[in-house]
Design a protein around this ligand. Structure first.
Ligand SMILES: Nc1nc2c(ncn2[C@@H]2O[C@H](COP(=O)(O)OP(=O)(O)OP(=O)(O)O)[C@@H](O)[C@H]2O)c(=O)[nH]1
Ligand SMILES: C[S@@+](CC[C@H](N)C(=O)[O-])C[C@H]1O[C@@H](n2cnc3c(N)ncnc32)[C@H](O)[C@@H]1O
Ligand code: SF4
Ligand code: SF4
Length: 328
């Protein structure tokens, strides 16, 4: 059995963007009420006294948009300084990153993944559903700041939507030629916006690799990470290209992670809602840390049964929580 040692933590379910593939404009989301959110102290207790003793040592902060979480720098500082923490990273849309990048880095965040779906400001703003015309510029500024501060590896996430941004693949891949950046193309999943998914479908990583191979060639490569990306490189490029192929491949047999929502539910699989446990209520009802550890161990024992196996590219998922609420 795989070792499950990677916890993705959603710090908040709210977001300052409404990306078309994740949180379409017409979706009514029931945001978590403040009193239902894990407090910073509760989250730190769960990490230190429950997850670390059970064997977790890799943590990713996500959201919604994690940089909207009050006290995020302090949280980073505390999680980074647990002696057992081997990897602490964040997935962010980058909009609020520029003024925070240095503080996050100083607090102990060493690597960061930033979503960047287009190099064209107009297309970008359409994708993120942002009403400010400076969305792209502000995210680009966040990426530059992250680079300057020294986040390494610095990864850029691109969800590829046919007819929306798939014509930009070569331009996005070209970013890696002279920058030590790691661009990852993510196959669009039917969770978040099923209407768009039915309408546009998805592009396979194999097709993208063919395009890139024809232009520059492509070789297998590696970059530090805990996720499911297959990593390649354009010969001579400074950065790498990652492909996250959840529609065309099944990487569940190497799944090493579970997810904690901002209101304290532990979810064994992104694409299967079975088996979730409510750690917040258990914590608030004064169960002992040993009892909580035991609940988590039991869930991990069941995980391989829960892991999403019936991947059918034509199937639409029906989920009570969507991507922005789970954290990707
Ligand atoms: N189906 C599925 N998709 C995943 C899983 N983990 C990550 N992804 C997809 O990959 C996207 C990008 O993930 P990131 O948040 O950047 O994290 P990561 O790829 O695990 O990060 P690294 O540690 O840098 O490799 C997510 O939004 C999902 O679309 C997973 O366990 N299952
Ligand atoms: C849910 S977001 C949360 C973190 C942060 N707000 C961000 O966008 O990076 C995490 C990741 O999920 C990806 N994502 C969201 N909806 C998706 C979908 N339907 N299919 C594939 N990836 C998706 C985003 O592109 C992003 O890289
Ligand atoms: S959570 Fe991330 S992917 Fe979803 S709308 Fe917000 S920025 Fe976009
Ligand atoms: S779909 Fe579920 S089991 Fe498969 S890799 Fe993702 S989280 Fe793991």
């Amino acid at each position: 059995m795989n070792q499950i040692n990677y916890l993705r933590i959603s710090l908040i379910d709210r977001c300052n963007f409404r990306c078309v593939y994740c949180m379409p404009d017409d979706t009514e989301l029931n945001y978590i009420l403040k009193k239902q959110l894990l407090t910073n102290d509760e989250l730190l207790t769960l990490i230190k006294d429950v997850f670390i003793p059970v064997g977790f040592n890799r943590f990713r902060l996500t959201g919604g948009e994690p940089l909207l979480r009050p006290g995020v720098v302090d949280l980073v500082n505390k999680i980074a300084h647990f002696p057992q923490t081997q990897d602490l990273s964040m997935t962010t849309n980058g909009f609020l990153l520029a003024p925070l990048a240095q503080d996050l880095y100083n607090a102990g965040l060493t690597r960061i993944n930033i979503s960047l779906d287009s190099l064209n400001p107009h297309t970008f703003n359409l994708i993120i559903g942002h009403h400010s015309s400076h969305g792209w510029e502000q995210v680009w500024c966040g990426i530059q700041s992250a680079d300057k501060v020294g986040f390494n590896p610095l990864k850029l996430n691109v969800v590829v939507i046919p007819g929306v941004n798939d014509h930009e693949i070569l331009n996005l891949a070209a970013l890696t030629l002279d920058k030590n950046w790691h661009v990852r193309f993510i196959e669009f999943m039917p969770i978040g916006n099923n209407t768009l998914f039915s309408d546009r479908g998805w592009v396979s990583s194999a097709q993208l690799r063919d395009q890139i191979r024809q232009r520059w060639g492509l070789t297998e490569s590696q970059v530090c990470g805990s996720g499911p990306a297959d990593v390649f490189q354009i010969p001579g490029a400074k950065g790498t290209l990652g492909f996250i192929s959840q529609m065309s491949e099944c990487f569940c047999d190497r799944c090493n992670r579970v997810r904690l929502s901002a209101d304290g539910w532990l979810r064994p699989c992104l694409l299967n809602e079975s088996g979730q446990i409510d750690l917040k209520t258990a914590l608030r009802s004064s169960q002992t840390m040993e009892q909580l550890q035991q609940q988590v161990r039991e869930l991990l024992n069941l995980k391989s049964e829960i892991n999403f196996k019936e991947r059918n590219p034509g199937t639409l998922g029906t989920y009570s929580r969507t991507m922005s609420q789970i954290g990707g």
